[in-house]
Design a protein around this ligand. Structure first.
Ligand code: AMP
Ligand code: ZN
Length: 490
């Protein structure tokens, strides 16, 4: 089936029919995490939204080169051109090398993404691995006349750029408006214009991560890494660039300026921005103190959480709101998602044992069409979910003997449910007995404690009885020097 996909483009502020530059091959770049601390659930929302987008493009049969960078250098406090490097600050705090910080949080980020069943990108380039490319790009911007150096720091000249291009195009703002919202320069400032931003920053004696450059020892500004890496792997103009909407006004605006200054053409055809995860209406962030970690969410170990929620119920919770709408966290919403997720998974299981008839009471072809229509309308996952619930309703009705389905329709329904639940929404079956496992773990701890006390009192009759009774139930216990291990015979 030929599908026409429409994407909301931040740049044109409208939904546009998706036409890739190269037929069948899509270039997708998403700004990745800054790996100086753990990602919170808000960050995860953005990456899971793009996982859905990536998955649907793959489902439509596109080959996708999905590049998601890792920011492991050059990120200053407050995202300005001054202040401490976040990596160095954390390295000092934790008494580690900056690259140990990078390694620790990169590994942590990948583990979390795996828990959420997010597909790994095709390339995960790092800022530190692309210093040469960034220096080359800065040299080119200087040569073309859009940047200048002061005392080993290179600044992008926004006002000069704006004479030929529109600097505020992504947020639809005029330069004058942007200037109004920026503080006046003081005598201490090196830069010429209020909106000028650093491409390269001179190292201070205490700077830990620094590299030699034509302007002396220093490190790249934050925005240049994405321009350098996206053009290296996807070309001077590529299809889709995404990130959270908080990146639009500065990071992405500056990315466009840098690339356009070099190549005199727009770097991206479709800009996509995801909306924020909020808690009681406040954006989740590290600084607001409302940013709980995925691990805390899974265990329930956070004051905001009434209990733990499994990765798939959280993923499903995210799928039930469109990526361009805010998503407010609440225990009630997550508990509803837990139930909804279980309902879908049970329906998929029931599909396998449905009996067929000579007629169908529901229109399965229409259901399939509605699933595609939802996703083709700017990846409208909540509408897709509503249609999958309709699929689940039909399955349960047929199972209860209230409705009938033909062999062909059953096959089609299986395809719809598998394609959209697993491949597109990226859900997977979780251990349905997670709650039982937790309970068993608790019971075993109690039994082993009683056994320990019995042994301490030299009551070997009791301790042996406990071991033998457990063995009868296929649970083996082993005394080791580190304590008692137990396992279940398969
Ligand atoms: P960072 O590691 O801070 O650079 O953020 C990584 C990504 O998470 C960026 O695309 C941000 O826009 C996004 N992000 C940060 N906070 C939130 C939030 N509360 N909800 C959704 N996305 C967020
Ligand atoms: Zn970026």
């Amino acid at each position: 089936m030929q599908q026409e996909l429409f994407i909301y483009n931040t740049l044109s502020r409208s939904k546009e029919k998706f036409e890739p530059i190269t037929k069948g091959m899509v270039g997708l770049y998403v700004c990745g995490p800054t790996v100086y601390s753990d990602v919170h659930l808000g960050n995860c929302r953005t990456f899971i939204s793009f996982d859905l987008i990536y998955r649907y493009l793959l489902h439509l049969g596109f080959k996708v080169r999905y590049v998601r960078n890792v920011t492991d250098a050059g990120h200053l406090e407050g995202d300005r051109d001054e202040g401490d490097d976040k990596f160095a600050k954390k390295a000092k705090l934790e008494q580690l090398e900056p690259m140990e910080i990078v390694q620790k949080y990169t590994v942590g980020f990948r583990d979390v993404m795996r828990e959420f069943n997010a597909l790994p990108p095709s390339i995960e380039p790092t800022a530190t691995g692309h210093i040469c490319e960034q220096i080359e790009m800065i040299k080119e911007i200087i040569e073309k006349g859009y940047a200048y150096e002061v005392n080993g720091t290179v600044y992008f000249d926004v006002e000069k750029y704006n004479k030929e291009f529109s600097y505020g195009q992504l947020t639809n703002r005029k330069l004058e408006e942007l200037l109004e919202g920026t503080r006046e320069l003081s005598g201490q400032d090196e830069k010429r214009g209020r909106l000028d931003f650093a491409l390269w920053i001179q190292a201070k004696p205490e700077t830990l991560m620094k590299w030699p450059s034509p302007w002396g020892w220093g490190f790249p500004g934050w925005h240049i890494e994405c321009s350098a890496m996206s053009s290296k792997y996807l070309g001077e103009t590529f299809d889709i660039h995404g990130g959270g909407m908080d990146l639009q006004a500065t990071h992405h605006t500056n990315e466009i300026a840098q690339s356009q200054a070099c190549n005199h053409k727009a770097p991206v055809n479709y800009w996509m921005h995801t909306n924020m995860l909020t808690v009681n209406g406040v954006r989740m962030s590290k600084s607001a103190g409302n940013g709980f970690l995925p691990g805390e969410l899974f265990t329930g170990d956070h004051p905001l959480l009434e209990k733990g929620y499994s990765p798939m119920s959280v993923r499903f919770f995210m799928m039930q709101t469109h990526y361009r709408s805010t998503l407010d966290f609440s225990n009630e919403a997550l508990q509803a998602s837990e139930k909804g997720y279980a309902r879908l998974m049970n329906a998929v299981k029931t599909l396998e044992s449905l009996k067929t008839a000579s007629t169908s009471t529901s229109n399965i072809t229409e259901l399939k069409q509605k699933c595609y229509e939802a996703m083709n309308d700017d990846f409208n996952a909540p509408i897709l979910v509503a249609n999958l619930f309709e699929g689940a309703r039909i399955i349960n009705s047929v199972n209860d003997g209230k409705e009938t389905i033909t062999v062909d329709d059953l096959q089609l329904l299986k395809t719809i449910m598998h394609d959209f639940v697993f491949d597109v929404l990226g859900l997977k079956a979780e251990n349905a007995n997670a709650a039982h496992d937790k309970a068993l773990q608790g019971v075993m701890e109690v039994i082993l404690e009683i056994r320990k006390e019995a042994k301490a009192k030299k009551d070997f009759a009791t301790s042996d009885k406990l071991r033998d009774e457990l063995a009868k139930n296929k649970i083996t216990i082993k005394d080791t020097k580190d304590g008692v291990n137990w396992s279940i015979e398969e």
